[in-house]
Design a protein around this ligand. Sequence first.
Ligand SMILES: Nc1ncnc2c1ncn2[C@@H]1O[C@H](COP(=O)(O)OP(=O)(O)OP(=O)(O)O)[C@@H](O)[C@H]1O
Ligand SMILES: Cc1ncc(C[n+]2csc(CCOP(=O)(O)O)c2C)c(N)n1
Ligand SMILES: [Mg+2]
Ligand SMILES: [Mg+2]
Ligand SMILES: [Mg+2]
Length: 328
Amino acid sequence: MTDSPAAPLVADLSEDGLLARIFPHLPRGPRTLVGPGDDAAVVTAPDGRVVVTTDVLVEDRHFRRDWSTGDDVGHRAAVQNLADVAAMGAVPTSLVVALVVPGDLPADWVEGLARGFGAACGPHGVDVVGGDLSGGPVVVVAVTAHGDLEGRPPVLRSGARPGDVVAHAGVCGTSAAGYAALAAGRPEVDPGAVGDFRRPTSPLAAGPDAAVAGATAMLDVSDGLLRDAERLGRASGVVVDLDDPEVALAADLDRVRPTAAALGADPVAWVLGGGEDHGLLATFPPDVALPAPFRRVGVVRAPEAQGSGVLVQGSVPTVRPGWDHFAG
Ligand SMILES: Nc1ncnc2c1ncn2[C@@H]1O[C@H](COP(=O)(O)OP(=O)(O)OP(=O)(O)O)[C@@H](O)[C@H]1O
Ligand SMILES: Cc1ncc(C[n+]2csc(CCOP(=O)(O)O)c2C)c(N)n1
Ligand SMILES: [Mg+2]
Ligand SMILES: [Mg+2]
Ligand SMILES: [Mg+2]
């Protein structure tokens, strides 16, 4: 299939030929003054400030080509970057996409990747305004995202104060369940979770909504609830004390429990330590009505003897806290 003329490999095309297959899939709206095709893009920045963030996906580290299509990887790469913009309380506006592909990759895979970006960005009015293309030994997708604070102050990781309510929007543990099902060679155990692993959805509108409601700190949960809550706690110099997960995260636990039972895994470890769901974790002053779909998952406490970080019901968590590329 891969060597038929109808399905060319990347190596059968020129750079310009590959770009010609990518460009038609990229969303383009009125914010973009100069889009793909020139030396750089030009976009509007009405606020006078620009939110900018970058995240990379590496083949066999973040995705496997026998587990995910090009469309899936494009979608995931877009969402994980859009979630970082939303986590600042901003509205995502545009992306640039740097792509490394091996010559033996089917060109259709690259076109699917562009389509995945379009599918994830288009509905949010986010434009893909440019990028870069290189050959290399494995697929690498590096995305830079921009966002608009619409006149509001950014919501940092460092603003949580003792007494604040800790709240989460989105799901916890579903992506980990999907990953585990794929890793066990049993994707049929939970096709929905496998779908969420391949194409996570982030509650992007909840970021600006949290900012408007007065969120004191926020981040997206990319590496696991415990690890990211700990980051927020340390950045703020406080303790994020999560409520009993069996109560606060009952819906997430119920969602993955049958899959965990089928695979002999611990659902609490997935919900507290699984990453790549890209929900938003935020803190709010205690008198604030939580904007939908945020739900309370804990409370902020002053640091005690153990310093800042994360606890579960006042105790040091016992499950693996989440993903770290270099530590266990
Ligand atoms: N190579 C780097 N050079 C400069 N700053 C970096 C580099 N890598 C990460 N950072 C910065 O460190 C901070 C933490 O980065 P990190 O990637 O952990 O956050 P994230 O993108 O929200 O999470 P994740 O990548 O796990 O989804 C960010 O402010 C990021 O810009
Ligand atoms: C093939 C394969 N193996 C393992 C995983 C799990 N995984 C990889 S990176 C990461 C955290 C977020 O990364 P980052 O911090 O870089 O955004 C997680 C949970 C996967 N997705 N695919
Ligand atoms: Mg990052
Ligand atoms: Mg983040
Ligand atoms: Mg990370």
